[in-house]
Design a protein around this ligand. Structure first.
Ligand code: SF4
Length: 338
């Protein structure tokens, strides 16, 4: 499946995350439980860009918080370089571990403190992590980071505040803030969704260049399969807390195996009419995460559903085309619920 023979730098092993559902009652009168992540396993190898794609409510942000060390799994493990992330964060090396994995936020308008200058924003983590001892040293690192994300000449940005920058410039500052601690893994949570369409590919290409130059590993989280198709090496499709398809990007785009992936692909705008896929419109909303249906959880929206699907809990299994999918129609063995 993956040509990169290096051991994973980041791995999720059968991760479950459940939250008590406030102010809700389950069918049996008990408090409901939101199953935000339901047995997610995913690996990222060094230098890979993996796209995690799903609708709102699929569990993408919970997964991002779990790999950032901010949301401990209810069950399962998150491994960074083979070590249990949450066990390490309880030990004396927690600052060093936090440096290894950084986050690019979705909203460059909300994530930057409007009272701080760009120098303050970018130098603050250096002081917190004791990586500099003087203003001159900090300024050298801030200037290098601004250069790297294309904010040039960098000296002209040091005393500016976020309100004087465009959305694209703000997001470049956000990327510089993630890079300034020299992380090995960057989690980019919808990093272009708040930007004009004209700027999106520019920022995505910047991320890819940074990966090529620094050997960064990138987890790109998005609801937009079209942008994931542009620059990722692998794609994992998340539906209601579970990965329903995962494989190399080119393969998933060429031969999507799960009906949900096909539906997502069919709504990507394609200018050449001969290359357009037939539209597959999903019925209704993503089901309530406190009321996950029995059998295949995609069943209520699935255009291919058959009777068996109501009683079958398909697991993610290898398909003939080379990726993995959770659908009984892809020829995987069945796992009966009852
Ligand atoms: Fe659709 Fe059935 Fe496949 Fe689930 S198992 S995706 S309901 S065809």
């Amino acid at each position: 499946m993956n040509d990169n023979p290096a051991p994973p730098i980041l791995a999720l092993e059968n991760v479950y995350k459940r939250f008590p559902a406030a102010r809700r009652q389950g069918r049996l009168g008990r408090r409901g439980v939101v199953r935000a992540l339901d047995g997610v396993s995913l690996t990222l190898r060094p230098g890979e860009i993996v796209g995690l794609v799903g609708e709102s409510g699929s569990g993408k942000s919970t997964l991002a918080m779990s790999v950032m060390g901010l949301e401990p799994p209810t069950e399962g493990r998150v491994l960074l370089e083979g070590d249990d992330l949450y066990a390490t964060l309880r030990g004396p090396d927690r600052l060093a571990i936090r440096r290894k994995i950084q986050l690019i936020f979705q909203d460059p308008y909300e994530s930057l403190n409007p009272r701080q200058t760009i120098y303050d924003i970018l130098s603050e983590p250096l002081w917190i992590h004791h990586l500099v001892t003087s203003r001159a040293e900090a300024e050298t690192r801030v200037i290098a980071a601004l250069n790297e994300v294309g904010l040039t000449p960098p000296q002209t940005y040091l005393t500016r505040r976020p309100e004087g920058l465009s959305g694209g410039q703000r997001q470049r500052v956000g990327i510089a803030a993630a890079l300034i601690l020299d992380p090995q893994v960057v989690v980019a949570d919808e990093p272009v969704s708040m930007l004009d369409v004209s700027l999106r590919s520019e920022i995505l290409m910047l991320l890819r260049n940074l990966r090529d130059r620094r050997g960064l590993t990138l987890l790109y989280i998005t609801h937009d399969l079209a942008t994931a198709a542009l620059f990722t090496d692998r794609i994992a499709v998340l539906y209601l807390g579970r990965i329903v398809e995962e494989g190399r990007t080119a393969q998933v785009l060429r031969e999507p195996q799960h009906p949900y992936t096909r539906a997502l692909l069919s709504v990507i705008p394609v200018s050449n009419p001969r290359l357009r896929r037939p539209r597959e419109i999903l019925q209704g909303e993503i089901p309530d995460a406190t009321e996950v249906p029995r059998g295949c959880r995609f069943h209520p929206r699935c255009p291919d559903a058959i009777d068996r699907c109501r009683l079958t809990d398909p697991q993610l299994m290898p398909t003939a085309s080379g990726q993995r999918a959770a659908c009984i129609l892809t020829g995987v063995p069945l796992h009966a619920v009852e």
